[in-house]
Design a protein around this ligand. Structure first.
Ligand code: F6P
Length: 551
C-alpha cells in the first residue's frame, strides 16, 4: 500500500517539521513562492502558493505520485484500458470530447465515429427545437423542456446550463430548460402547475433507466400529459409519447420498454460513468440552452485539458498539482474538510456538482484488491457561492476549530459584452468588488491577524489565527471552453488522487445497499406487512407515517 512506500514515510517526516510553520512564515521564507506554485493551461491559472507547503514538499509529493504510478495510470485511463476494475470496463469520458478527426481504438473498435454520430443526432434535434419545429401532439412548438434525472443525469447539465446562460444563441425559438430530480415530486409538481402540456417536453435522463427517482417523476409526467392531451382531435397516446419524450440512456431495451419512441432515443455507453456523462447525450439540456456550437466549445475546452493532462510533466500538470495539494492536506496535515467557493453567480451549482464528482468517486475505503486502506481518502467536500458563503459559513473558516482547505474560483474578465455602457460600467464595478472579496478572503485565511496593519491588543473573539490553506483558480473569462477545461481539471484531479490512494474512482457500490433497503421499507410502508423485522426506531417511524396517513 502507498503508505508503506519510502515517499510516504519521507512526507510524514517532512510534515512533522513543516506543519509547525505558519503560512506567513512560509511566504516570508520563499520570496518567489507565487511564481514557484503558479501554473497556466487551457485558459486557467492555478495559484497554489497559499497551500501550507514548500518547494521541498512538492518534490516529495511528486516522488509519491511517481511511486504510485500516476504517469502510467494516466496513459491507461486515456487509452481505454479497463481501469474501472470492479465493473470491468474502461472509463472513457475523455473519448466524448475527442475531435471528429481523432481515432481511439479500444478493444478493436474505434469509438470516435459513434461519439460523433450522437453529436450529429443532438445537432439535428437541437436545430428542430431552435427552429420552433419540434411540435407537441396538438401541433404547437415545444417551449419548455424538463430534464428528469438525478445524480450525474442532473447535476452536470444543471450546473453547466446555469454557468453558460450568457451564451444563449440569438434569433432562435427560445427553449426554457428546467430540471426535476427529487423523488418526492416536489420540483415536478411545481412545473406541472405552471407549464402548458401542449408545449412541454420531458427528457428522461438515466444511464441505467432503472433509477426509481427518475422513473417516478417520468410516470407522473406521462400521466399528466395523457390526462390533459389524449382524446383531443387526432391526439393519441402514441403521438404524445413520440412528441413529448426524449430518452437518454445506455439501455435501449429499457427505453423501449418504457415507451420512448426509437427515433427519440439518444444512447450512450456503459464506459461513460454517470457523474462523468455531461459531455455526450446527457448534455442535451446544455445544447438546448446554449446551442450546439457552444456545446462543442465546451468539449474543445475539456479536450485541451485532457491533452495538457496527458502531455505535461507532473511538475507543471494542473490536475496533478491540484491533486497533490489535496493529498498533502488530507494525508499529512490531517485536514479533512474541503470547501469550494466560486466568486461568480453563474457557478451557483458548481459545488453541488463537485460534491458528487469527488465524494461519489473517492469516498472509498478499500483498495482495488479489496484491502482496507490504512489512511484517509476523500475529504468532506462542500461549498457554495463564495460571496454568499461569506455571510453564512465563513465564520467557521476564520475562527472555528476545523482546518479547512478552500478552492477560490473566479473569472478575470466579466461583462465585456453588455451593450449599454452605463450598465456595463456598473456591472464591471460589481465584478471588481467580487474579485476584491475573493482575493481578500484567501489572504485573511492565510495571514489571519497579520493581514491588517493595526495589530494592537485585541480580545480573543476579534483575533484571526489564519493558516488555512487555499488554492485560487482564475479563469481568463467564463466561456464554454474554459468551463470545459475547469470541469476536466477536477475530473482528472479526482483520478490522480484515486491512483495514489489505490482506490477505484469509477464505481459507487456504497449507494446500492441503501437502494435495496429503501425498496424493502417501501414494501412494508405500502403493504403494512413485515414491520416486526424492523428495529425499534425504524418501526416507530413507519408507524408515525401510517398514523399520519390515517388521520
Ligand atoms: O445511485 C447513484 C447513481 O447511480 C449515480 O452514480 C448516478 O449518477 C445516479 O445514480 C443516476 O443514475 P442513472 O443515470 O442511472 O439514473
Amino acid at each position: 500500500m502507498i503508505n508503506e512506500s519510502a515517499a510516504w514515510r519521507e512526507l510524514e517526516a517532512h510534515a512533522a517539521e513543516l506543519s509547525q510553520r505558519h503560512l506567513r512564515e512560509l511566504f516570508a521564507a520563499e520570496p518567489d513562492r507565487q511564481a514557484c506554485f503558479t501554473r497556466h493551461a487551457a485558459g486557467l491559472t492555478l495559484d497554489l502558493s497559499k497551500q501550507r507547503w514548500s518547494a521541498e514538499t512538492l518534490t516529495h509529493l511528486l516522488a509519491l505520485a511517481e511511486q504510485a504510478g500516476v504517469p502510467g495510470a494516466i496513459e491507461r485511463l486515456l487509452a481505454g484500458e479497463r481501469v474501472n476494475v470492479s465493473e470491468d470496463r474502461p472509463a472513457l469520458h475523455t473519448a466524448l470530447r475527442l475531435p471528429a478527426e481523432a481515432s481511439l481504438v479500444v478493444e478493436g473498435e474505434d469509438l470516435v465515429p459513434a461519439v460523433h454520430r450522437t453529436l450529429e443526432r443532438m445537432t439535428e434535434m437541437v436545430a428542430l427545437f431552435h427552429a420552433g419545429q419540434w411540435r407537441g401532439a396538438t401541433g404547437k412548438p415545444i417551449r419548455d423542456v424538463v430534464n428528469l434525472g438525478v445524480g450525474g443525469s442532473d447535476l452536470g447539465p444543471l450546473m453547466v446550463t446555469h454557468a453558460l446562460t450568457d451564451y444563449r444563441p440569438d434569433d432562435v425559438h427560445t427553449i426554457e430548460v428546467h430540471f426535476a430530480s427529487t423523488m418526492d415530486g416536489s420540483q415536478l409538481a411545481d412545473y406541472l402547475l405552471r407549464l402548458n402540456p401542449e408545449t412541454t417536453l420531458f427528457v428522461l435522463s438515466s444511464k441505467s433507466f432503472t433509477t426509481i427517482d427518475t422513473l417516478s417523476n417520468a410516470n407522473t409526467a406521462r400521466d399528466w400529459l395523457m390526462a390533459r392531451l389524449a382524446g383531443g382531435d387526432g391526439v393519441d397516446t402514441a403521438l404524445i409519447m413520440r412528441q413529448h419524450f426524449i430518452g437518454v440512456s445506455a439501455s435501449t431495451e429499457k427505453m423501449n420498454e418504457w415507451g420512448i419512441a426509437p427515433a427519440h432515443q439518444l444512447e450512450f455507453w456503459e464506459w461513460v460513468g454517470g457523474r462523468y456523462s455531461l459531455w455526450g447525450a446527457i448534455g442535451l439540456p446544455i445544447a438546448l440552452v446554449t446551442g450546439m456550437s457552444h456545446f462543442r466549445a465546451l468539449l474543445t475546452g475539456a479536450h485541451a485539458m485532457d491533452r495538457h493532462f496527458r502531455e505535461t510533466p507532473m511538475a507543471d500538470n494542473l490536475p496533478v498539482l491540484l491533486a497533490l495539494a489535496g493529498i498533502w492536506n488530507v494525508n499529512f496535515l490531517d485536514i479533512r474538510a474541503h470547501s469550494i467557493l466560486p466568486y461568480d453567480g453563474r457557478l451557483e451549482y458548481f459545488a453541488a456538482y463537485l460534491e458528487q464528482l469527488e465524494m461519489e468517486s473517492n469516498g472509498k475505503s478499500v483498495t482495488h484488491e479489496g484491502r482496507e486502506v490504512g489512511y484517509a481518502t476523500c475529504p468532506v467536500l462542500w461549498g457554495q457561492l463564495g460571496p454568499n458563503a461569506q455571510h453564512a459559513f465563513y465564520q467557521l473558516l476564520h475562527q472555528g476549530t476545523q482546518a479547512v482547505e478552500c478552492d477560490f474560483i473566479a473569472p478575470l474578465r466579466r461583462y465585456d459584452r453588455v451593450e449599454d455602457a452605463a450598465t456595463r460600467a456598473h456591472l464591471k464595478g460589481q465584478h471588481r468588488l467580487t474579485l476584491a472579496n475573493c482575493f481578500a478572503q484567501s489572504r485573511v485565511l492565510m495571514l489571519g491577524d497579520d493581514a491588517i496593519d493595526d495589530d494592537g491588543p485585541r480580545p480573543g473573539h476579534k483575533r484571526y489565527r489564519g493558516n488555512q490553506p487555499s488554492s485560487t483558480l482564475l479563469l481568463d473569462e467564463l466561456t464554454p471552453s474554459t468551463l470545459g477545461a475547469l470541469i476536466a481539471l477536477y475530473e482528472h484531479k479526482v483520478f490522480v488522487q484515486a491512483t495514489i490512494w489505490g482506490i477505484n474512482p469509477f464505481d459507487q457500490w456504497g449507494v446500492e445497499l441503501g437502494k435495496k433497503i429503501a425498496g424493502e421499507t417501501q414494501r412494508i410502508l405500502e403493504s403494512h406487512q413485515g414491520l416486526a423485522t424492523m428495529d425499534a426506531s425504524t418501526r416507530a417511524l413507519i408507524e408515525a407515517a401510517w398514523a399520519a396517513e390515517e388521520s
